[in-house]
Design a protein around this ligand. Structure first.
Ligand code: NAP
Length: 218
């Protein structure tokens, strides 16, 4: 990908505008010196989702289940990766639930209106396009996990950028939802099943049984 000098300049200006502390200032300096990453090959992108067999992922801006085992798995995987990419609505739902961003992780939030947002102590970056997301991930080390919601999953899957998928199936048949995981259109035979945990109740406080599958792009 070549995003061109004018876009690099615009990105640098955006980061300048959103910069409110030393860490982001340091990253801004790196963008100035090195330019933004130009190649998708530099980006190691995973995706994590919990969904019912009918692909439900959310209802009224929230997760429609109580699954402590899945939250623990989400925390472990995303903390190890270190950078999470999400849509503004998913970020809102995190703030509504926790009152703050996810600890120990850098957040890249897609929105059409970054001016509406305030900084969260150098933990949150706003991007208004896929290109800006990729540039920001590059500056943050090149590795990230897409955590939803439906619009953002769709964007990254259709762009063909995801190399690894962590998928939890929440075995809640017929559960109501208003946000759905998209159908994978990418060639099914190019995804290798790398790991799995068979259907079971994995935590005593889980509302439903679940199973867990990891797929890698070959
Ligand atoms: N089960 C799971 O694993 C899981 C994971 C995550 C989320 N969820 C659920 O999914 C639901 C939220 O998903 P959602 O699809 O409604 O929202 P979302 O994908 O989280 O966020 C959508 C927002 O992202 C921004 N956006 C989307 N495309 C953009 C683009 N091309 N450029 C710039 N900004 C863009 C827009 O923000 P602005 O409106 O600010 O412009 C848009 O309103 C919630 O119910 C949540 O609980 C479930």
């Amino acid at each position: 990908m070549n995003i061109g000098l004018s876009k690099q300049y615009a990105l640098t200006k955006r980061v300048t505008r959103l910069t409110e502390n030393g860490f982001q200032a340091k990253v801004k300096g790196e963008i100035r010196r090195k330019g933004v990453p130009m190649d998708h090959a530099d980006i190691d992108l995973s995706l994590i989702v919990a969904m019912t067999p009918e692909r439900v992922i959310g209802l009224k801006g929230r997760l429609p289940w109580r699954m402590p085992s899945d939250l623990a798995r989400f925390k472990k995987i995303t903390t190890e990766i270190g950078v999470v990419v999400m849509g503004r609505k998913t970020f809102d739902s995190i703030l509504a639930r926790n009152g703050k961003p996810l600890s120990g992780r850098q957040h890249v939030v897609l929105t059409t209106n970054p001016a509406l947002f305030t900084s969260h102590q150098g933990q949150v970056w706003y991007a208004t396009s896929l290109e800006e997301v990729l540039a920001t991930i590059g500056v943050l080390g090149g590795r990230a996990c897409v955590i939803g919601g439906a619009e953002i999953y769709e964007m990254f899957i259709s762009a063909g950028l995801v190399r690894k998928v962590y998928r939890t199936i929440v075995h809640a048949q017929g559960l109501a939802g208003d946000a759905f995981f998209p159908q994978f259109v990418r060639e099914a035979n190019k995804w290798r099943l790398a790991d799995g945990v068979l259907r079971s109740r994995q935590h005593e406080k889980d509302e439903y049984e679940s199973s867990f599958w990891t797929y890698e792009w070959m």
